[in-house]
Design a protein around this ligand. Structure first.
Ligand SMILES: [Zn+2]
Ligand SMILES: [Zn+2]
Length: 222
């Protein structure tokens, strides 16, 4: 049983687990490093926290934040397993299994895209932004942004922790240089966005509708 934190924070619908944990740390006056210490950083069960955390990790985080385990599970990428993702073969106890899963190409090993307008609305980073098949924000009808204009790297491009040292602040926060103390301070909510193009023409949608049996040919007419 994990001791609960004084301030409970519930993940937003669609919010990523990293974003939620950064908000949880801020709300309780903790640095993200202190929060990770409280969650038992380094245990095998935490290794794939953002992908498919072990049931024990889910329970521990839910106890810590005093939220429903289902809300924690929904914030992990495992919530997409079987739909947008195929996590078959991922084993939290085997550090080599992530590479096999990542090799299928559904998400970058490090980093994520963002919608600046979403971050301006509620400070919550969405799980779906990590999926390479997702290129637009349906809420704001704009293209996701893949790189920070200042440090020119993907967002959340950090190797040693899932959580940013800047906590939930809506700045980039990528580590700069070799030292641990400097982070990119670009304000993410001010990054200009590009409107998403309209949908493909209806005729194309009809003619190239995917089929399940393989061997599809372009449809003619309806
Ligand atoms: Zn958006
Ligand atoms: Zn940056």
């Amino acid at each position: 049983m994990t001791a609960a934190l004084p301030v409970s924070v519930t993940p937003h619908p669609g919010e990523s687990i990293e974003s939620w944990l950064e908000h949880l740390a801020d709300a309780n006056g903790l640095t993200t490093a202190q929060l990770l210490g409280a969650t038992g950083r380094g245990r095998a069960g935490n290794r794939y926290r953002t992908l498919a955390p072990s049931p024990e990790t889910i329970t521990r985080l839910a106890d810590l934040a005093r939220v429903d385990e289902r809300d924690v599970y929904a914030a992990t990428l495992a919530a997409f397993d079987g739909t947008a993702l195929d996590l078959t073969g991922l084993d939290p106890a085997d550090r080599h299994s992530y590479r096999q899963v990542a090799a299928r190409g559904w998400a970058p090993a490090h980093g994520t895209q963002i919608c600046p307008a979403c971050l301006a609305d509620d400070d919550a980073w969405r799980s779906a932004w990590r999926l390479l098949i997702v290129t637009t924000c349906t809420q704001h009808q704009s293209l996701l942004v893949a790189r920070c204009p200042s440090c020119r790297r993907p967002f959340r491009d950090q190797r040693h922790s899932h959580l940013r040292r800047v906590g939930a602040a809506t700045v980039c926060g990528n580590p700069l240089g070799a030292g641990p103390t400097k982070q990119c301070q670009h304000n993410l909510t001010t990054i200009p966005t590009t409107p998403a193009q309209g949908r493909s023409r209806p005729s194309e949608t009809r003619r190239y509708r995917p089929c399940r049996t393989g061997g599809c040919r372009p449809r003619t007419g309806r």
